[in-house]
Design a protein around this ligand. Structure first.
Ligand code: NAP
Length: 353
């Protein structure tokens, strides 16, 4: 079989290699062999390939591994009572994170670092590391769910009891940019009946976000004070939940436009990991000023993934994950470079089989 590997030394250096195809005889009890159909890419994958993903579980710098974590595939051999051959399945990101709080140990089970990932034609999984793929979504659409959608779902519902997601037009959600997490967050928020505000550097992308149901849009390039605009749009109240994907250039503004008692879900750092010296602020003071909860999010457990599929991605909710572009398996390098450029809207996907 063929698989892509990275030496964590740059996207341009990833290699398409031959490897032994696993067979049924390689399976232990409780394991399945999956023929991978589609892999969706995440910002993290570009960092793993570039050797810059250093803040969680890691492997030797320069060591070779198969990148990527999110796939939709088909079971082709099984030693599991749960999955028979022919079942369509999705990977879960941290393979041992099944419920509740993520642990250091769970982070050691992340696909595509530190574990070997899914940018390969076949892979063996424990049956616990998979969920069934929704039958009404295509393989390409379903492959986008494990990181982007689960992270958005957890960001909105982490403090909610299982099975009771937040809901209601009076709950305001702010989404930053139009990448994978934000667009999944927009679709989920609309499915839950929430009011949404989304930012982007592009009016064209904001137009597409409107078509997906965004209630309010703000161009964060032409409206640099987008935090003030959020307050203005919400008559001074601000957003109840903010999916904070921006990081250094956005967090302090999120504190300025979150509602009193609101939640900032700290997800990413698209605008940088280091604070700008001229924009240092005291998190303690900012958090108490509007009585804010700042919650770090690390994807989500398997039971929240299943909850999300049952509630937000139920067929009648009508969510079709946004696949911006599909690349062929041989074009995985170009796909990662395209994602890194930030030109996309929603998700970038690689067709493996
Ligand atoms: N904690 C977790 O569990 C978790 C899970 C998934 C992702 N993440 C992190 O969350 C972030 C988003 O991931 P992703 O996969 O959605 O990324 P992505 O698809 O690569 O997002 C790219 C988009 O981010 C937007 N962006 C860039 N700079 C921005 C800024 N200053 N303000 C607002 N938006 C900006 C741009 O949108 P426009 O073109 O519309 O401007 C760009 O197209 C990344 O940092 C990733 O590492 C964390």
């Amino acid at each position: 079989m063929k698989q892509w590997t990275t030496g964590q030394d740059g996207i341009k250096n990833i290699k398409l290699e031959e490897s032994k195809t696993p067979t049924e005889t390689d399976l232990n009890d409780g394991q399945v062999l999956v023929k991978i159909g589609y892999v969706s890419l995440n910002y993290r994958d570009t960092e793993v390939c570039s050797g810059t993903y250093g803040h969680h579980a890691s492997i030797e710098p320069g060591a070779s591994l198969v990148p990527c974590s999110d796939m939709c595939g088909t079971v082709v051999a099984s030693k599991s009572a749960q999955y028979e051959s022919g079942t369509r399945v999705l990977s879960i990101f941290n393979q041992t994170h099944l419920s509740g709080q993520v642990t250091e140990q769970d982070l050691g089970s992340g696909l595509g670092l530190p574990l070997s990932g899914v940018l390969t034609q076949y892979r063996i999984f424990p049956d616990t590391g998979l969920v069934p793929a929704p039958s009404h979504l295509s393989d390409a659409e379903a492959s986008t769910l494990p990181i982007a959608a689960v992270t958005a779902w957890t960001s909105l519902n982490h403090f909610q009891p299982m099975g009771q997601p937040i809901s209601g037009k009076d709950r305001i959600v702010l989404l930053q940019g139009t990448g994978g997490v934000s667009i999944a967050g927009l679709q989920i928020a609309k499915a839950l009946g929430l009011t949404t505000i989304i930012t982007s550097s592009s009016d064209e992308k904001l137009k597409r976000a409107k078509e997906l149901g965004a209630d309010h849009t703000i161009n964060y390039h032409t409206t640099a004070d987008w935090d003030k605009k959020v307050l203005e749009l919400m008559s001074g109240r601000g957003a109840d939940v903010i999916l904070e994907t921006g990081g250094s250039q956005t967090l302090w503004k999120s504190f300025e436009c979150v509602a009193f008692g609101g939640l900032i879900s700290a997800i990413g750092y698209l605008s940088g990991k280091e604070d700008q010296p001229e924009k240092r602020f005291n998190v303690n003071v900012m958090a108490l000023k509007r009585n804010v909860t700042l919650k770090g999010i690390l994807n989500g457990p398997k039971d929240r993934f299943e909850e999300m599929l049952e509630i937000a991605y139920a067929e009648e909710k009508g969510i079709k994950p946004v696949v911006d572009r599909v690349f062929e398996f041989e074009e995985a390098k170009e796909a990662l470079q395209y994602l890194e450029s930030g030109s996309h809207f929603g998700k970038v996907v690689v067709r493996v089989a």
